[in-house]
Design a protein around this ligand. Structure first.
Ligand SMILES: Cc1cc2nc3c(=O)[nH]c(=O)nc-3n(C[C@H](O)[C@H](O)[C@H](O)COP(=O)(O)OP(=O)(O)OC[C@H]3O[C@@H](n4cnc5c(N)ncnc54)[C@H](O)[C@@H]3O)c2cc1C
Length: 416
């Protein structure tokens, strides 16, 4: 007598759940159904091919602040399986990791293949079956069990984990089972801006800007990068994640306020007044007077402040000084759309979190139905947090599914 566990989705969450389950109960019969011909495809391309597996933040409460959706719900799960557990898991299985200066964690090999190899080895070692090119087309309740209909075969499972990532078709199926789906919108994108102040200077960055969406509660700070299409960098990506739904509702027509120095306007006014006194003969445009403002950005901000190219500090009028202080601390850009951040992109939306028991990652509506990873309405900013959600959810769901429940071997699989 053994129980059959079916996992839909051969991604990070599905693999981790399968391994976690079999490690608790070696008798469990586990099958992963994957619609495409390859597993772990997102892991492969993640982190620019290096796979940013997790983040070196080891305090659960602090870790939750990186999740615009799911922060409250993940606190308990992080007490069960944290970033440090992820690191130990991979290192114990022969994948040395490294923490980079910005706390992102990567395999020392700098290759996502190391992560794929170890997950694949664990799955093979534990006789977990993988059915490639098995696209799940429907899920039905079959008394206490689950009937899973694929384009190939039908399966009966005692326990079912859905780890299908962001996938509209599966969300429709899950909705038919009575779960609420929060409509998906993109998260983690850069802001499209066509503005003379940043037009000719792609590649220029500032180390600590404050960025906010005008008439909204959303703001963030950190490095900001000027691109060919607008603005990007950690401060902007974080803002896009927290403001994802608000910006979608605005159809990506919004105003962004940038404080290039993250300083109060009064502080900047005072500094400019001192400079005016100290450098009366010097040309204003010649040199950026703030170490964090690169020369070409300084030139643009000076010119839009209606200061002439050949103007000296002594000739700076009060109005011009005020203009320049405002440009440095309160630049308003009219943003018109978004562009994808290719390093890591995720979707905000998915299964309503109120309908999940996060002690087990199990449905509160149906017994023996589990969810993990991006299929849930959970997503994070960039930095390894999205995978951590997949590892934590996969680990806990796998463990929860591992408690034995009888089903005769071979009884579950029905061929068409
Ligand atoms: C380019 C890119 C780079 C990224 N880099 C990082 C990074 O460095 N660090 C980080 O933390 N996050 C990163 N992310 C986000 C991260 O990849 C995801 O959060 C994570 O993969 C989610 O794991 P998952 O298992 O929930 O879903 P997925 O990895 O999407 O896996 C779901 C699986 O289910 C399968 N599936 C879907 N529908 C069906 C069906 N009907 N039947 C059968 N199978 C189905 C899919 O084919 C897929 O294999 C990146 C994302 C992208 C797109």
């Amino acid at each position: 007598m053994q129980q059959r566990i079916i996992i839909i989705g051969g991604g990070a969450a599905g693999f981790f759940a399968a391994i976690s389950c079999v490690e608790q109960n070696s008798e469990a019969e586990i099958v992963i159904l994957e619609k495409s011909t390859k597993v772990l495809q997102k892991v492969k391309v993640s982190g620019g091919g290096r796979c940013n597996v997790t983040h070196a933040c080891f305090e659960p409460k602090e870790l939750t602040t990186f999740y615009p959706r799911g922060s409250k719900e993940l606190l308990g799960p992080f007490h069960q399986f944290m970033t440090g557990d992820t690191m130990q898991w991979f290192e114990d299985r022969g994948v040395p990791l490294k923490i980079e200066a910005d706390n992102r964690v990567f395999p020392q090999s700098n290759s996502s293949q190391s992560i794929i190899d170890v997950l694949t080895e664990e799955v093979q070692k534990n006789n977990i079956e993988i059915k490639l090119a098995h696209r799940v087309e429907d899920i039905q309740k079959d008394n206490e069990r689950w009937k899973i209909i694929t384009n190939n075969e039908e399966y009966i499972a005692d326990k079912l984990l859905i780890a299908s990532g962001s996938n509209t078709k599966i969300w429709n199926i899950i909705s038919n089972l009575g779960h609420t789906i929060i409509p998906p919108v993109p998260s983690l994108f850069t802001f499209k801006i066509n503005d003379v102040r940043i037009k000719e200077i792609p590649g220029i960055s500032v180390p600590n800007a404050s960025v906010s969406i005008v008439n909204s509660p959303f703001e963030s700070s950190g490095p900001l990068l000027i691109t060919h299409w607008g603005i990007s960098g950690p401060a902007v990506l974080k803002l896009s994640a927290f403001g994802a739904r608000f910006l979608a509702e605005k159809n990506y027509q919004y105003n962004v306020k940038v404080n290039w120095l993250s300083k109060k306007v009064s502080t900047v006014v005072n500094k400019l007044k001192i400079l005016k006194k100290e450098n009366p003969k010097k040309l204003i445009i010649l040199k950026s007077v703030f170490k964090d403002i690169p020369k070409r950005l300084w030139e643009n901000l000076v010119l839009v402040s209606e200061i002439k190219q050949d103007q000296r500090w002594s000739d700076l009028s009060n109005k011009q000084l005020e203009n320049l202080s405002n440009q440095l601390t309160n630049t308003i850009f009219n943003a018109n759309g978004k562009t994808t951040f290719k390093e890591e992109f995720v979707t905000a939306g998915g299964i309503e979190l109120k309908e999940i028991n996060f002690k087990r990652f199990e449905s509160k509506i149906h017994k023996n139905l589990f969810f993990a990873g991006e299929v849930l309405n959970i997503d994070a900013v960039t930095g390894g947090f999205n995978f951590q959600n997949a590892w934590t959810g996969g680990y806990i769901a796998g463990k929860a599914m591992s408690s034995p429940q009888p089903l005769s071997k071979g009884e579950g699989l029905k061929s068409n």
